[in-house]
Structures are given as structure tokens and as C-alpha cells.
Design a protein around this ligand. Structure first.
Ligand code: UCC
Ligand code: FAD
Length: 579
């Protein structure tokens, strides 16, 4: 008592216990699936260099980059519209950590690696592996990188590019932070982001020197601090008319700043207030006579920008698997540190079962996404067969739509595995859930991508599905007896899906109505196939086999019940929703 009188103030007693936090550690070392993919696909003479680089980069992520990513979430970008003297400046202010991400991206060759020698196809795999490891710790810097990669691909495809475009390509693929550029991709307008053919109101007015001035309102532009962008607009003809629909859209290249550093007749109207991706400056932009160059033939804008979409959709899927893997790494670590009812969490089979189910999802998704990466590198090096080209076209919307949905469910379950801490902002964990939701929306929503799957099947006269079937047959042909039941199940499911498509090939209404179920079915079947192939080619480990079995336990084909796509079902759906 005497002591309390002499010391009237003292800190509160908060108890002795503090929970050790989950640690990321070395990402690559904890991803056996990726390691095996790399071992299988990188030529022996280059393998060690790639592995060393990825291990070093994983260390850098854990010791430096992950904190910067979190900093980007805490110090959100904002726009200073006017300066102190009332001049309109539209200055986008980003935090130091975001700027460091720019430099790291250049130094680490996160874009350049994919372009340095297209004949060495493993370089794309190296690049995409790095991007994968980076994405979930990048504070969303992987978003501008996705569009940058897509932009570089567009320029590389242009025959006889101008010196301006060549210079842009050099900047986009530079390893020098001072020279490195990022790109935007401005497609979405107020009237429509899925249906850009009806939604695009931006017009392009040709100038005497052959360049254009753009006038329009871009409703979503992520990477607002980018140096350049590709965008769509309708060219105004001499009679002052524009062509409506897809055929009226052309693709334009623009630089966001003039030589004097001011914006290229662009106003940043506002930054969006978003559920997630808060690290990312996503703006509404007014194009008020923005100087631009047409880079597609007249009316070929959507077809051309689709090449950019292919790349950025693969990046979106990389982000999905990166988020899932990182969350699982943290959750596993936590289960070794957190006690409940007298035991560490990992002692409880029910807890571990929950994590095992997530692990199965992530493994399957990793194989799925990297299969597309391998096909992309073959396409770019000119070594892809016809079947492989069809497969790449078909898999791109599938990996994007399916892994987006997986990322949502895995992040929700993953957060729960931390109990209440999963809901607490300072842990950084809620970001996983917030940022997963966007993966199902941008770069094409689930339904739009499902319709793209149909577009791909119909444009190829069904060849895309035949290529998929050939690949499944080929991959399952070497199935060891231990997995023969699973292989059979996959083949049966594929047969039922193909039958469904054949039966309804002239019934577009049914196919359209079934597009989402069809896409999920194809994804699950192909993912199961990859798991079996992977298991067989990597020494038939009991754990890989177990994961295959788990995957194939779920319903693989969702389109077997034809009645669910009848006119009657559609009417009843309407009644159920709006009645
Ligand atoms: O969201 C965006 C950026 C977000 C931030 C970056 C994220 C990266 C994340 C990385 C990790 C963090 S940018 C906005 C994205 N917007 C979309 O994805 C649009 C979604 N809507 C669609 O995809 C639609 O399906 C449209 C716009 C393509 C549909 O347009 P149309 O006008 O109905 O298209 P058509 O008439 O069917 O096709 C026009 C041409 C055809 O070629 P031709 O004329 O030769 O027959 C199609 O075959 O375009 C071709 N085409 C394609 N080609 C259409 N889609 C594709 C495709 N996917 N691949 C190849
Ligand atoms: P809508 O097209 O209005 O779609 C609404 C709903 O209708 C969706 O669920 C869709 O699936 C469904 N739907 C539409 N048509 C059909 C159909 N025929 N059949 C069945 N269902 C259908 N865009 C850019 O161009 N550049 C960017 O940098 C960019 N960044 C973004 C950043 C964020 C954080 C977000 C959230 C979006 C960004 N977008 C960007 C926009 C994004 O690409 C679009 O929001 C998206 O493509 C959907 O378009 P929409 O919003 O117009 O939705």
C-alpha cells in the first residue's frame, strides 16, 4: 500500500501471454507443387540458376517486400486535385512503399524476364513463378504489372512498330528502375465493362498529322500512376459519325503525361472507394482531348486488346493462387503456435482436415494455372502445336474464373482458421478476403468468362474441346493402377460433358444457360487430370495420391442434368428471383 501511494501512476497489467504471430518464411520452400513443376520443365543446365533466384527472391519477400505490401494498404493513395494556389494539378500521391515496389519490379526483372529471349520458353515460367511468389506480398503492385506485361505483348505483336512504340516496349521491359514503365488498360466505361461494344462512348478525332484526340470518360482505371495505357475508342469519320458495336472500336496507345510532366489532357475525377484493393489507385478519368495513336486496324480494337486480356487474365489467376498459398502457409504456421483446449491446433484432426481441404484446392489450382503458363511460353516461342494453341485459348478464361472462385472460398475458410484474429485489420489477414473478391470481377466476371469459353468452343468449331479431350486422354494414359478409379471417374465426367455439348450444339440458348456449369465442369475435370499426371510423374508419393483422390471425390460434371437448362427452368428461375 505504501508503494502504491508513492507511485500513483503505473502501466496497466495486461497479463503475461502474447500469441506468437504467424510467419511467412520462404515461400518457394513451402510450395512443393511449384518446385516439382519447375524441376520438370526447366532444362537441367538452367534449373539451378532459376531455383537459386526464386529462393533468394522468396527470402527478400519475407524480409522486406511483405512489409512494404502491408504499408501500401495502410498508406492509401489519394489525389490532390488543386495546389495551394488553386491550380488544377490532379496529382496522384502514392506512398514510398508503392514507389519501392516499382523499383523492385524492375530490378527483379518481373516483366523483362518474360521478354529477354522468347526462344528460351522456360524464361516465361521463371518470370511467372516470380510474379506468383510476389503477388500476395506486392501490395497489389502485381496489378499494374499484369497490364504492363499485357501491353508489352501487344506491342511485340505489332508489325513494324513506330519508334515511339519501340521505345515504350523498351521501357516496359527495362530492368532499370529509372526507365521502367507501367501500363494501364482502360476498357470499362459507365455504360458497360462486360459489354464494351455497347458501353464505349469515347470518341477519337483524327488530327492532321494522323494522330488522334480522345474524348471520353473511363470509369475504372487501375494503375492510374502508369506511364502509358492502351484504350478503346470510336473513330469519328468525316461526316462526324461513329460506327456502333464492336466493329466501331479501335485500339489506341497513349502516354499519360506530356513532355513537360503535366497530364496528357486527362483529369483524374476521383479515386474509387473500394471494398478491397485499397492499395491500388483506381480512378475515374476524363479524357479531354488526350493525344493518342491508333495501333489497330479500324474496328479491330476488341480483337487486338484480347491479346492483352489473355496475359492479364493469367496474372489474375496467378494472384489467386498466390493469395491462397500464402494464407495457407500462414495458417499452417499458426496451427503450430496456437493452443486451444490444452493442445496446439495441429493436434486436432478436425482442424488439420480443414487445412488439408484447402491444400488440395491450392495444389489443383497451382497445376491448372502453371499449365497455362507452360502453354503460353510454347505459343510465344513458336513451338506450340495446334492442339496446344486451342488449349491455351480455352484454359485462359477457365483458370481465371475458377481460381477466382477458389480464392474466395479458401480465403474465407483460411481467415476462420485464425479465429478472431482472422477478422482483425492489424494482422493483415482481412486483406486476403477483400482482395480475393475482385478476382471474380475484373478482367471479366465469371459469367462473361463462361461465355468466352463458349465463344472459344464455337469459333474453333468444337476443336478446342477436342484438343482438351486429346490432352486428357494423353495425360491419363499412363495412370498407375492405384489411381485408375479416379482416372475413370474423370473420363466418365468428360464424356458426359462432351455429350452434353454435342447434344446441344445447335441450341445456343441451352449452351448459354449452361455456360457457367460447363466451365466449372471442364475446370474440375482438367484439374483432376493434371493432378493425376503430376502424381504419376513425380514418383507417386502417397500424399500426392491422397490429394488426387480427394479432388476426384467431388462432383466433377455439373451439366449432366439437361432439364436444368430448359425454358421452364429459366422461367422458374425468374419466378424464384423476381416473383
Ligand atoms: O478489369 C480490368 C483491369 C483490372 C486490373 C488489372 C488486373 C490484373 C490483375 C493481376 C493480379 C493482381 S481491364 C477490363 C477488363 N475487361 C474485360 O475483361 C472485358 C470483359 N468482357 C469481355 O471479355 C467480352 O467477352 C468482350 C468485351 C470481349 C466481348 O466483346 P464483343 O464485342 O461481344 O466481342 P466479339 O464480337 O465476340 O469479339 C470481337 C473479336 C472477335 O474476333 P474476330 O473479329 O476475329 O472474330 C473475338 O474472337 O474479339 C475476339 N475475342 C477474343 N479473342 C473476344 N474475346 C477474346 C479472347 N478472350 N481471346 C481472343
Ligand atoms: P456489368 O457488365 O454491368 O455486369 C454486371 C453483372 O452482370 C455481372 O455479374 C456480369 O457477370 C453479369 N452479366 C453481364 N452480361 C451478362 C450476360 N450476357 N450473361 C450473364 N451475365 C451477364 N476496367 C478497366 O477497363 N480497367 C481497369 O483498370 C479496371 N480496374 C478495375 C479495378 C477494380 C477494383 C474493379 C472492381 C474493376 C476494375 N475494372 C477495370 C472494371 C472491370 O473490368 C469491370 O467492372 C468488369 O469487367 C465488369 O463490368 P461492369 O462493372 O460494367 O459489370
Amino acid at each position: 500500500n505504501a508503494f502504491e501511494y508513492t507511485v500513483p501512476f503505473s502501466s496497466a497489467r495486461l497479463g503475461h501471454f502474447t500469441q506468437p504471430k504467424p510467419e511467412l518464411g520462404n515461400f518457394l520452400k513451402q510450395d512443393q507443387t511449384l518446385l516439382k513443376i519447375l524441376q520438370k520443365n526447366i532444362p537441367k543446365q538452367h534449373y539451378q540458376t532459376v531455383e537459386d533466384d526464386l529462393l533468394r527472391f522468396s527470402e527478400r519477400i519475407a524480409s522486406e517486400i511483405d512489409d512494404l505490401g502491408f504499408q501500401c494498404e495502410k498508406e492509401k493513395p489519394y489525389v490532390q486535385t488543386f495546389d495551394a494556389w488553386g491550380n488544377r494539378v490532379d496529382q496522384l500521391v502514392t506512398c514510398e512503399a508503392w514507389k519501392k515496389m516499382h523499383n523492385i519490379s524492375a530490378e527483379e526483372g518481373l516483366i523483362s524476364l518474360g521478354y529477354e529471349n522468347p526462344n528460351e520458353e522456360w524464361r516465361r515460367l521463371h518470370q511467372m513463378s516470380k510474379l506468383y511468389i510476389f503477388a500476395s506480398s506486392s501490395g497489389l503492385y502485381s496489378c499494374p504489372l499484369a497490364m504492363t506485361d499485357g501491353a508489352a505483348t501487344i506491342i511485340r505483336r505489332i508489325e513494324n512498330p513506330s519508334s515511339q512504340l519501340l521505345k515504350a516496349f523498351q521501357n516496359l521491359t527495362s530492368r532499370n528502375p529509372e526507365e521502367f514503365w507501367t501500363s494501364g488498360q482502360w476498357m470499362t466505361e459507365k455504360k458497360g465493362g462486360s459489354d464494351v461494344a455497347s458501353g464505349t462512348e469515347t470518341i477519337a478525332v483524327e488530327q492532321d498529322d494522323g494522330s488522334y484526340r480522345l474524348h471520353g470518360y473511363k470509369w475504372f482505371s487501375s494503375a492510374t500512376d502508369s506511364d502509358m495505357a492502351f484504350t478503346l475508342a470510336r473513330v469519328v469519320d468525316k461526316q462526324n459519325n461513329v460506327t456502333e458495336g464492336t466493329k466501331g472500336l479501335s485500339l489506341f496507345y497513349l502516354e499519360t503525361k506530356k513532355n513537360n510532366g503535366s497530364l496528357n489532357n486527362i483529369q483524374i475525377i476521383k479515386l474509387k472507394d473500394k471494398l478491397g484493393t485499397r492499395q491500388l489507385p483506381t480512378a475515374e478519368l476524363l479524357l479531354d482531348g488526350t493525344s493518342a495513336v491508333r495501333v489497330s486496324e479500324l474496328g479491330r480494337g476488341v480483337a487486338e486488346i484480347s491479346n492483352m486480356l489473355t496475359i492479364s487474365r493469367i496474372h489474375t489467376a496467378l494472384m489467386a493462387i498466390s493469395n491462397m498459398r500464402k494464407l495457407l502457409i500462414l495458417s499452417k504456421d499458426y496451427s503450430l503456435k496456437r493452443e486451444a483446449f490444452g493442445n496446439l491446433l495441429y493436434i486436432y484432426p478436425l482442424h488439420v482436415q480443414t487445412l488439408a481441404r484447402l491444400e488440395t484446392e491450392v495444389r489443383a489450382a497451382t497445376l491448372f494455372v502453371f499449365q497455362s503458363v507452360l502453354l503460353l511460353s510454347k505459343q510465344e516461342s513458336g513451338k506450340a502445336t495446334e492442339d496446344e494453341l486451342h488449349l491455351l485459348r480455352l484454359l485462359t478464361p477457365l483458370i481465371k474464373l475458377y481460381t477466382g472462385k477458389q480464392a474466395m472460398s479458401v480465403s474465407s475458410e483460411g481467415l476462420e482458421s485464425f479465429g478472431g484474429q482472422g477478422y482483425i485489420e492489424e494482422t493483415g489477414l482481412p486483406n486476403f478476403l477483400r482482395d480475393a473478391q475482385v478476382l471474380t470481377i475484373w478482367e471479366g466476371t465469371t459469367n462473361i468468362l463462361s461465355l468466352d469459353v463458349l465463344r472459344c468452343i464455337s469459333k474453333s468449331n468444337g476443336q478446342a474441346l477436342i484438343s482438351l479431350k486429346n490432352d486428357v486422354d494423353n495425360k491419363l494414359s499412363g495412370t498407375p493402377s492405384e489411381l485408375s478409379k479416379e482416372a475413370e471417374k474423370l473420363q466418365m465426367a468428360l464424356k458426359s460433358v462432351l455429350q452434353f455439348v454435342t447434344t446441344n450444339q445447335d441450341n445456343l440458348d441451352v449452351l448459354t444457360f449452361a455456360a457457367r456449369d460447363l466451365s466449372y465442369s471442364l475446370s474440375r475435370i482438367y484439374m483432376g487430370t493434371l493432378m493425376i499426371e503430376h502424381t504419376a510423374s513425380c514418383g507417386m508419393s502417397p500424399v500426392d495420391m491422397y490429394a488426387c483422390k480427394r479432388w476426384c471425390e467431388q462432383q466433377l460434371s455439373l451439366v449432366s442434368n439437361h432439364n436444368q437448362y430448359s425454358k421452364q427452368s429459366s422461367d422458374m428461375d425468374k419466378e424464384l428471383v423476381y416473383g
